[in-house]
Design a protein around this ligand. Sequence first.
Ligand SMILES: O=P(O)(O)OC[C@H]1O[C@H](OP(=O)(O)OP(=O)(O)O)[C@H](O)[C@@H]1O
Ligand SMILES: NC(=O)CC[C@H](N)C(=O)O
Ligand SMILES: [Mg+2]
Length: 510
Amino acid sequence: MCGIVGIVGKGNVNTQLYDALTMLQHRGQDAAGIVTCDKGRLAQVKANGLVRDVFRTSHMLRLTGTMGIGHVRYPTAGSSGPALAQPFYVNSPYGIALAHNGNLTNADEVSKHVFRADLRHINTDSDSEVLINVFAHELHRLNKLVPEAGDFFTAIEAVHERVKGGYAVVALIADYGVVAFRDPFGIRPLVYGKRDTAHGVEYMVASESVALDTLGFTLVGDVAPGEAIYISSNGDLQRRQCAKNAVLRPCIFEHVYFARPDSIMDGISVYKARLRQGEKLAEKILRERPDHDIDVVVPIPDSSRVAGQALAQTMGVKFREGLVKNRYIGRTFIMPGQQQRKKSVRQKLNTIELEFKGKNVLLVDDSIVRGTTCQQIIQMAREAGANKVYFASAAPAVCYPNVYGIDMPSAKELIAHGHSTEEICKEIGADWLIYQELEDLVAASSEGNPEVTEFDCSVFTGHYVTGDVDELYLTRLDAARNDNAKAGDVKKTVDGDTVIGLHNDMQELG
Ligand SMILES: O=P(O)(O)OC[C@H]1O[C@H](OP(=O)(O)OP(=O)(O)O)[C@H](O)[C@@H]1O
Ligand SMILES: NC(=O)CC[C@H](N)C(=O)O
Ligand SMILES: [Mg+2]
């Protein structure tokens, strides 16, 4: 899950891109990058690290121009090395920089075709580098010295024909403007907004509306599935549906975990969806255990707080923040290796003993994926003197890999894969475990916008909306990206045996 942003403004946009990326930091902690365009010249800074660590004042002074794009990365393809930090750049045609959230499911085959038929070189294992080359090739084929909006849209139509998977994209075309588009299922989110200034209207596209809010842009709406928008350098916005049979199937895991609660995506308030998740889970608990002996509900910060509060209220049970989060430790789940994830849970969360001692505690989390968090927290609750430790997940059991931009590539690493609720309960060391029903999760989101009735729920069902994901694909994905394979990649990076980014040498040399 990466975060992307694009701005076409009336003054320098560098600090605004920086601020927007800070607002999207929760979507990717591995690398960050910005490309701006000033009088036809592109300037780029990208490197591994958090936004606040990557960009220095000296960089910002070089990132001049009234339009630009930015990216925060959470790797789902290739290594996490600096060569794969985004945006990517190609010089032909026009000079294009592109940032991508999602994952292409046919990247390998398209990559071969890009090389053999389009005669274009791909330098990394990044699916996003494949995507920029497909877009560039399709634009090049139109053979226009001076492209117009319609040309960008025609190229994007061809992109939709060639690539499959989840993709929300922003691209900066030197001198011309910013284009943004979303895959035909709208799996990954993308919104846009505008701001009136004394010099005219400014536009911004971003993964989440929080980025617009904080910069004073008003949310206009979502980029529709398959739709593309083009904002020219002088601030004209045009849109076009570029995909055949586009239909909205957004990733429901955004509402469970990824998005910030103060975001609105596809007309659904993430905050309210999480409130409803808590209410529905509470109703299930009351149905299954009308005579429960729960003394207190404790959420596992951060993401489950909203659902946890609604759950406690619906049940009429005390809600207590019995776990305190160290605000300087990032999100655990999106860290690259299991060792790092395990260590960070303990660093990140600490118990307030008096909320546990002698009590029957219901811990609530938004989801259980690998089980890293809940196993440790249940142990900590016991060490803090809890009498009984029950566990509730606001999402159903996560049993299947994600292929659309969430790094859950290996079914074997998912604690629920092939196991019953009782077995998982035993494994995590809880006295009782309860999961949300899938239909309740879907209803919790759908009630926020009745026009959105279906979602990509593949991590719960194993049904992949793009229809092209088979056993062979999943086996290959597992082999390439399970934790052991990734540990090998990290070692390669440390040993220096990795691809060096062509455009990133300054960063690597420090
Ligand atoms: O079963 P696991 O593999 O541990 O994954 C699930 C956990 O990971 C996430 O928390 P994270 O710490 O990433 O972020 P948060 O602070 O937003 O809750 C999520 O909210 C769960 O707590
Ligand atoms: N999580 C994402 O959206 C990742 C984007 C892209 N697949 C990458 O690995 O860089
Ligand atoms: Mg969490």
